[in-house]
Design a protein around this ligand. Structure first.
Ligand SMILES: NC(=O)c1ccc[n+]([C@@H]2O[C@H](COP(=O)([O-])OP(=O)(O)OC[C@H]3O[C@@H](n4cnc5c(N)ncnc54)[C@H](OP(=O)(O)O)[C@@H]3O)[C@@H](O)[C@H]2O)c1
Length: 223
């Protein structure tokens, strides 16, 4: 969240793992000592506590102070690649997966946009090539990424003033990627560090010339 001249003052980060979040906070403050980093732990997969978690996340938002705001939907999970598609028969498990990966993303985005009706508002959806490229092992992951992209499309149609982007980070050597059994891994010839991919996203945002609603992949040349 930033003031009208774009000076970043507050960053809110969330996840379940406090230690990881504190590490991220230390990284941000070491680079930018003037920024206040608010660490809020919570489970985006718990639909009962999701509204209260959103309120906590948005508590630092102050429309009189924050005239520019950017929201990144990064949190996500992978379902078990080894589960054959015909074994996806447990409604509760499927619902739980879509809760973390779709419902929370929609609720967080709409709550964010209502809390800071500033201009410009930015929404970044961290997406995946697998939203439109269908591979064995991604029975729930691919539909969840496609649904997130579709939600962004409707958001663009209904609220064209919101600057929004689907960013596909490429294969990054994170816990998620490392956890994928080798035979299901995609893009193994060009695995990136998370820092490489984040730097690319920051470059795109800094330049701010992307077409709102675009989907940009790390490897795209023309953006
Ligand atoms: N890595 C890749 O190759 C790749 C490629 C394309 C797209 N992506 C996308 O990039 C995004 C980040 O993935 P990653 O590779 O960084 O995965 P990761 O290492 O597994 O990190 C997942 C992130 O989501 C958070 N999270 C997961 N479940 C949560 C829950 N129930 N409540 C709150 N936070 C939760 C985690 O925080 P806590 O653990 O603290 O809860 C963590 O920050 C995902 O949306 C993924 O689909 C990744």
């Amino acid at each position: 969240m930033a003031d009208s001249s774009g000076i970043l003052s507050d960053v809110v980060i969330t996840g379940r793992n406090l230690e990881g979040l504190e590490g991220t906070k230390a990284l941000i403050t070491s680079q930018s000592p003037g920024i206040t980093v608010h660490v809020i732990t919570g489970d985006l997969g718990d639909m009962k506590t999701l509204p209260a978690l959103c309120s906590k996340l948005l508590a630092p938002a102050d429309p009189s102070k924050h005239q520019q705001s950017l929201f990144v939907n990064n949190a996500g999970t992978l379902s078990d690649c080894n589960t054959p598609i015909l074994s996806q028969t447990d409604p509760e498990a499927i619902q739980e997966y879509f809760g973390v990966n779709i419902t929370s993303m929609i609720v967080l985005t709409t709550r964010f946009l209502s809390a800071l009706p500033s201009s410009p508002q930015y929404v970044i959806n961290i997406t995946s090539l697998l939203a439109s490229v269908f591979k064995q092992g991604y029975q729930l992951y691919s539909p969840s990424r496609a649904a997130r992209n579709a939600f962004m499309g409707v958001l663009g149609a209904e609220m064209p003033s919101v600057r929004q982007l689907n960013y596909s980070p490429g294969p990054c050597n994170t816990d998620m990627y490392i956890g994928v059994p080798e035979k299901f891994r995609v893009g193994t010839e060009h695995v990136l560090t998370a820092e490489q991919s984040i730097r690319r996203l920051l470059g795109i945002l800094k330049e701010d010339s992307f077409e709102s609603g675009a989907t940009i992949d790390y490897f795209d040349q023309s953006s």
